[in-house]
Design a protein around this ligand. Structure first.
Ligand code: KIV
Length: 266
């Protein structure tokens, strides 16, 4: 079985087939994501929050992303894999970005990388894509700019801000991006960007009219009962299921019900 490619993304838009993406960070979940027939996995720097417990994504390093990419790549064979370029790994120079993104592909086993930012990244994206590095863009509420934004705020609400995002999207497409994540923007703006571009958009908190959707795996599984933003639909209540299972295990160990004879070697 071979991996889905950037061509699959292009064709999905042409054939009006919605792209379905999730984030994932390890081999066990990657196996399950593949069983659910999800098209693509982002090994996102959101791992800084959901795996490492940081308040934001900024502390994540390239080596950490590569470690998780390798785990995911070992766990599944079909989904298209995208590795996130962490904060500080592509801003210093074009050479630094090329070196780091090729490391991510070679060592992480991903087919593409993702970079946050608009027109200011156009030259970089052109350099990467002409060097053979497929790039997924990321506009709107780009989490690596949390301090610049002064918090996690919906972007593109004013006419000016919406126009900037539309111009950024066109610039990213012209620079060579094969797809574009739109995060935390009004649904009408995401629809307009999606209609304007020939590359597919993948939305998160960007309404129903993107060419695809992405959610953080742990969020859609309901693994954090404290996290309930408006854009999120939880398809499971796994935080409760996990706590219930662990409490049942604790009870059974304490009262001697586990291990039973059936779980003992004879
Ligand atoms: O890191 C991440 O998980 C992301 C998605 C939310 C798009 O960038």
């Amino acid at each position: 079985m071979s991996r889905l490619t950037t061509r699959y993304f292009r064709n999905a838009k042409l054939e009006e087939r919605k792209l379905v993406m999730v984030t994932c960070y390890d081999a066990t979940f990657a196996r399950l994501v593949e069983q659910a027939d999800i098209d693509a996995i982002l090994i996102g720097d959101s791992l800084g929050m959901v795996i490492q417990g940081h308040e934001h994504t900024l502390p994540v390093t390239l080596d950490e992303i590569i470690y998780h990419c390798r785990a995911v790549a070992r766990g599944c064979r079909r989904p298209h894999l995208v590795g996130d370029m962490p904060f500080g790994t592509y801003q210093a120079s074009l050479d630094q970005a090329l070196e780091n993104s090729t490391r991510l592909m070679k060592e992480g086993g991903v087919q593409a990388i993702k970079i946050e930012g608009g027109q200011e990244r156009a030259e970089l994206i052109h350099r990467l894509t002409t060097a053979g590095v497929p790039v997924m863009g990321h506009l709107g509420l780009t989490p690596q700019s949390v301090h610049q934004f002064g918090g996690y705020r919906i972007q593109g609400r004013s006419d000016d801000a919406a126009d900037r995002i539309l111009q950024d999207a066109k610039a990213l497409q012209d620079a060579g991006c094969y797809s574009l994540v739109l995060e935390g923007v009004p649904a009408t703006l995401a629809a307009q960007v999606t209609k304007t571009l020939s590359i597919p958009t993948v939305g998160i908190g960007a309404g129903a009219n993107c060419d695809g959707q992405i959610l953080v795996l742990y969020d859609l599984l309901g693994l954090d009962e404290r996290f309930n933003p408006k854009f999120l639909k939880k398809y499971s209540n796994m935080s409760k299921e996990v706590v219930d299972a662990l409490a049942a295990y604790r009870h059974e160990v304490r009262d001697g019900a586990f291990p039973a004879l059936a779980h003992s070697h004879h």
